[in-house]
Design a protein around this ligand. Sequence first.
Ligand code: NAI
Ligand code: MG
Length: 352
Amino acid sequence: RIHKVAVLAGDGIGKEVMPEGIRAVEAAARRFGIGIEWASFDWPSCDYYQAHGKMMPDDWKEQLAGFDALFFGAVGWPETVPDHISLWGSLLKFRRQFDQYINLRPVRLLPGVPCPLANKQPGDIDMVIVRENTEGEYSSVGGRMFEGTEREFVLQEAVFTRTGVDRALKFAFELAQKRPKKHLTSATKSNGISISMPYWDERVEAIGADYPEVRHDKYHIDILAARFVLSPERFDVVVASNLFGDILSDLGPACAGTIGIAPSANLNPERGFPSLFEPVHGSAPDIYGKNIANPIAMIWCGAMMLDFLGHREAHDAIVAAVERCLVDGPRTPDLGGTADTTAVGQAIAAMI
Ligand code: NAI
Ligand code: MG
């Protein structure tokens, strides 16, 4: 069967790293006999916004709904379009309307990547952060009253539904079950947030009962953040609500080195809608146009996409090539090298 993939390169270095992501996926597809059909879109992007006053056409959902996956670079060009418009007008619409309720970020310290933490070896950091991606603290439920007066009043609710919490937890336990350590850590704050977080803890216990082989524990988010930095080797699968997961999923990759290599996925595990694969980094206007962006995050996203499409062997081949390239291949300047984006992409494709 041929997989239909929409290419949404976006803005800035999204446009520079995307060809290298495609090159790697094509190389793996050739090696393993996988059929991929690509279709490129010039939206969402800030250029599109400049021309049309919106990030995407009104029928974006119809245009994208039939794809098996969305391969996404980055959006944002703060000089011309404010960031809340570029992000809410694109990525956040995808997450909500395509019900991409899992945000998945693998975090690994790879050989050849300088680690900002003291005394950590490759292998010490090998975890996956599972973030609930559609509800929780990012509910949009609330409002303002008495604006501009002394009585000014602002309220925003957090919403935790049984369906929303359970499906995220099930995904995380399933994932932990498949990993060698079979360990799940839940991020909570039930000592301070006294209604929603005890509920979250309760659901962890309830869902965890179905996975007796998975050892699970929980930490309050404050000490968990500290432990990420001090002893990341403790963690395997980490599951968190939308806000806590947002913070941990930037902290994790920062602990494992450059942002230029960190991938992520926004998944609709039931496959009723396309899932989206995107690097953690943004459009990096400060280095755009020089062809020096590190393409590894985008390439690793390609591996995650192939994994999700059912091709674990292709995923493993791409990740192995990335690891090899980091040890003795060309490097972009963020990793201390002098190679350009294309050279790194070509080297990895050749290794695949
Ligand atoms: P950024 O991730 O674009 O850049 C942060 C720093 O990391 C910059 O110094 C940049 O040069 C460097 N960097 C990022 N990716 C790199 C790569 N592949 N290779 C080498 N160096 C790299 O974050 P920033 O500067 O906060 O945001 C820039 C724009 O990107 C904004 O418009 C922001 O809204 C947007 N953004 C979009 C995201 C998305 O599309 N998912 C995520 C984060 C930011
Ligand atoms: Mg974030």
